[in-house]
Design a protein around this ligand. Structure first.
Ligand SMILES: Cc1cc2nc3c(=O)[nH]c(=O)nc-3n(C[C@H](O)[C@H](O)[C@H](O)COP(=O)(O)OP(=O)(O)OC[C@H]3O[C@@H](n4cnc5c(N)ncnc54)[C@H](O)[C@@H]3O)c2cc1C
Length: 336
């Protein structure tokens, strides 16, 4: 039995003295999951958060977050996330490390009222009344020859992690949204020259970022262009780029290729238990309820318009509150 299990308090839904049934299990320790953890633990729900890597999620991949309220000078991504983790743990959130591989509803033919859900991590199974899915998303790949082979040898998806390796070198950034532009600006602190390759003739990024990027002398652009191949023997040496309007191909010599072309949701482990959209994002109502009773979703793994820290936190709070009401109802708690 893990330390977490021995420490956790069994709740009154426990059928078997050996068996612990958590009030809630949160899958994913990014901004959405940690916020849900703060709310549930503060409401004195026995809550376990499961994280496959480090708590903090994608927000630890960025040097500075300027648009999270309360920090007029911005705050470093890792610092903000460390504070969220501390805050959640301080209220009693338990964190267990491991990858969730399956979520299922317990089938008990004798007890039709059984509302227990099961979360699998490798060979272990945890039982819970409610689940909050906060597994976020990860970087989409370009899917071109050379990308997989040269990953970690010039191909990167994280500027904060890898920028120092490219001091005074030439790099390309692929993408035109907020993340691509923020990261391109950050990369100019290290690189000699940054070329932004974007498939359209204008950027999607927020205006303030556009102003900064157009004013930066180290940055130039390849508009209407897509990367078709990444070249290099041991390390990245260049990229082949095709103009989508003229079909002209050119080779841009570079040492690094930073890819920021969107996200794919971490929802594969749900294996059709929950309704998803065609891209794999979880469908919920306004209260973060999914298609399965007692299972909620929040943050980047949800189908929604704006994927940011502030929206992930807001949805984490809503999911926790909706889950709390559900758990209290199951346990017959009433405040009337
Ligand atoms: C480079 C970069 C820069 C960014 N800059 C900003 C910015 O300036 N401002 C802003 O507001 N937003 C920014 N964002 C977006 C922001 O980071 C995300 O919107 C936010 O982190 C989403 O939070 P989340 O909790 O929903 O998911 P995530 O942050 O993706 O966290 C999900 C967590 O779940 C874990 N997980 C996944 N699958 C499993 C599993 N099966 N079992 C257990 N754990 C699992 C992951 O390891 C991860 O820790 C940036 C993102 C990137 C990549």
């Amino acid at each position: 039995m893990s330390e977490v299990l021995t420490q956790a308090k069994p709740n009154d839904k426990e059928r078997n003295k050996e068996e612990i049934i958590y009030d809630a299990i949160i899958i994913g320790g990014g901004p959405a999951g940690l916020t849900a953890g703060i709310y549930l633990s503060r409401a004195r729900m026995s809550t376990l958060l499961i994280e496959k890597a480090l708590p903090g999620g994608q927000a630890i991949l960025t040097e500075i977050i300027e648009n999270y309220p309360g920090f007029p000078l911005g705050i470093a991504g890792p610092e903000l996330m460390q504070k969220m983790e501390e805050q959640a743990v301080q209220f009693g959130l338990k964190i267990e490390y491991g990858e969730t591989t399956e979520v299922k509803i317990k089938e008990d033919k004798e007890d039709k009222e059984d509302k227990v859900k099961i979360v699998k991590i490798n060979n272990k199974e945890y039982k819970t009344l409610a689940i909050i899915l906060a597994s976020g998303a990860e970087a989409s790949k370009l899917g071109v020859p050379g990308e997989e082979e040269l990953r970690g040898r010039g191909v990167s998806y994280c500027a904060t992690c890898d920028a120092p390796f490219f001091k005074d070198q030439k790099i390309v950034v692929v993408g035109g949204g907020d993340t691509a532009i923020e990261e391109a600006l950050y990369l100019t602190k290290f690189a000699q020259e940054v070329t932004i390759i974007h498939r359209r003739d204008r950027l999607r990024a927020t205006k303030i970022l556009q102003e900064r990027v157009f004013a930066n002398k180290k940055i130039n652009f390849a508009w209407d262009s897509v990367v078709t191949k990444i070249l290099g023997k041991e390390k990245v040496e260049s990229v082949l780029v095709q103009n989508k309007k003229t079909y002209e191909e050119k080779e841009i010599s570079c040492h690094g290729v930073f890819v920021f072309v969107g996200n794919i949701p971490n929802s594969k482990f749900l294996n059709k238990l929950i309704k998803l959209d065609e891209k794999g994002y979880i469908l919920t109502d306004d209260n973060m309820m999914t298609s399965q009773e007692g299972i909620y979703a929040c943050g980047d793994v949800r189908k929604k318009l704006l994927r940011q820290v502030v929206t992930a936190c807001g949805e984490g709070a809503t999911a926790a509150f909706t889950a709390q009401k559900y758990i209290e109802e199951l346990k017959g708690v009433s405040y009337k």
